[in-house]
Design a binder for this molecule. Structure first.
Ligand code: PLP
Ligand SMILES: N[C@@H](CCOP(=O)(O)O)C(=O)O
Length: 465
């Protein structure tokens, strides 16, 4: 299995090389050259298996020779052992034909743990074998950062540096990143928004002297291994509702497009998915793009679902690559236009290819709050604001195809966003006992300007210690 860049100008890599490299050296994102197929019989055989065994069977062909079967099984087992629900990703019924896939039972209470706990294991195994150390730099709007810190803290062959937008994450999210006291954890609060954090991260990958000097690695969904780990729960959920005999649709609260793109990969592998529905908050660039065929930035507005306050949706590049018949030059041109003009137009052919798989919808701030309150009353479920965006859009989409079950992804625990949830529902969700002292722990964070050389100097200084 080889991985190629969406911009067509970087060397093809193995799974291990792609995982440890992060961004391709032409600025693109790695994707598998071909997508392994699962037959209806192989999908049917997933019925009744543990989440871990499902993960093994779905991911095995992508991993190639990086890990043998026994090692891969062992790493998967270690990754999910700390989850707080035996099913790992339980499915609950919200309404007739509408289900909620709870992805927040991992250690940091968001769906990021599914991938991050696993790639934490993958990195440790690969680095030990190679005798290498790396500097992981991550950009976060709140959840990737805490999940990465949890997965990599205390390891002696990794430094983990997280850039988060100052003042634009919830207090719980911030404290999850700033209170760990392990020396290899570095939380940096950047003066800017998430797009600035992600842009500086990509600048670091494109600055080869720095990249090579610090042996930069990435654990955002830039990293193909992140996306791969997220493919698994599309299989486990669809199979429990009758796949391969029965088609299902998914609604995904979307920002950086990694989670919904994992659903696209599951569909390409053979999972019978009817529609993949992009659910955006008031930062609705992806929804507007699906409606107008134009991807146009108009400024990020802070919302009550802050993890989705994103306008430069990194993995949309991977979706566009497929929609343009894997024409790397075409993708490079669109990405340059986005950088220079703040927008690009999508051709009718490519829009047609996107519309074959994706629908979209948005929820504004008031609708998000109303959905939190309404879902508590109708189904007894207390949603986080991101999941509420999904439930609102998923309900609308389900009404258009009532014969197909709709699965909405619940991407975070409500206790990560207590202020917004309390304002909407009157209930302040408590943190789990193991995190009960989060507000008492002391914080360690460095404020940084949105300036590449200042950030790079700070990182070099930190990792030299
Ligand atoms: C809670 C939550 N929901 C939804 C999203 C959006 O997911 P993605 O960026 O994969 O589209 C994020 C951030 O990634 C998130 O943290
Ligand atoms: N919402 C994310 C943004 C980064 O997304 P990623 O999937 O590329 O890591 C976050 O919580 O940080």
């Amino acid at each position: 299995m080889r991985y190629i860049s969406t911009r067509g100008q970087a060397p093809a890599l193995t799974f291990e090389e792609a995982m440890l490299s992060g961004l391709a050296r032409d600025g693109g994102l790695y994707v598998p050259e071909t997508i392994p197929q699962m037959s209806p019989a192989e999908i049917k055989a997933l019925h009744g298996l543990s989440y871990e065994e499902t993960a093994f069977r779905v991911m095995r062909p992508f991993v190639g020779e990086t890990f043998d079967d026994a090692t891969l099984r062992d790493l998967i087992a270690k990754a999910y052992a700390g989850f707080g629900h035996e099913a790992r990703a339980p499915l609950k019924q919200l309404a007739p034909g509408h289900f909620l896939l709870e992805l927040f039972h991992g250690p940091t209470l968001a769906f990021k743990d599914f991938a991050m706990q696993l790639i934490g294991q993958f990195f440790q195994e690969a680095l030990k074998r190679r005798g290498e150390r790396v500097t992981i730099v991550g950009a976060t709007s709140g959840d990737t950062g805490s999940a990465a810190i949890e997965a990599f803290k205390g390891l002696d062959n990794v430094d983990v540096v997280i850039l988060f937008p100052h003042g634009r994450v919830s207090e719980v999210q911030r404290r999850q990143m700033t209170t760990p006291d392990e020396a290899n954890v570095h939380a940096l609060a950047l003066d800017g928004d998430f797009d600035d954090c992600q842009a500086r991260l990509k600048d670091m990958f494109n600055h080869f002297d720095f990249r090579d000097e610090v042996r930069l690695a990435g654990v955002n969904s830039i990293n193909w291994a992140r996306v791969l780990a997220q493919v698994v729960y599309y299989f486990s959920a669809a199979v429990s509702l009758g796949a391969p005999e029965r088609k299902v649709s998914f609604t995904v609260p979307t920002g950086n497009f990694g989670d919904i793109f994992a659903g696209f990969i599951a569909k390409q592998m053979g999972l019978p998915i009817h529609r993949l529905v992009i659910a955006t908050n008031q930062n609705d660039i992806l929804h507007r793009c699906m409606e107008t065929a134009e991807y146009r930035k108009n400024g990020v507005k802070p919302s009550i679902s802050p993890s989705m306050d994103i306008e430069v949706s990194s993995n949309f590049e991977r979706a566009l690559f497929w929609a343009h018949d894997k024409d790397g030059a075409a993708i490079a041109k669109l990405m340059t236009e986005l950088q220079t003009e703040g927008s690009f137009a999508i051709s009718p052919n490519a829009m047609g290819a996107l519309a074959e798989h994706y629908d979209s919808g948005r929820a504004d701030e008031a609708t998000t709050s109303e959905t939190i309150a309404a879902t508590l009353t109708s189904a007894g479920e207390l949603l986080c604001p991101h999941s509420a965006v999904g439930v609102h859009v998923g309900t609308e989409a389900a009404a258009k195809a009532p014969e197909t079950p709709m699965i909405t992804l619940a991407t975070a625990h409500p206790a990560k966003f207590p202020d917004a949830v309390e304002a909407a529902s009157g209930i302040r969700p408590p943190l789990p006992n193991r995190m009960a002292d989060l507000y008492e722990r002391s914080e360690r964070v460095t404020r940084v300007a949105n300036d590449l050389s200042a950030i790079e100097s700070l990182i070099k200084e930190r990792i030299a210690r």
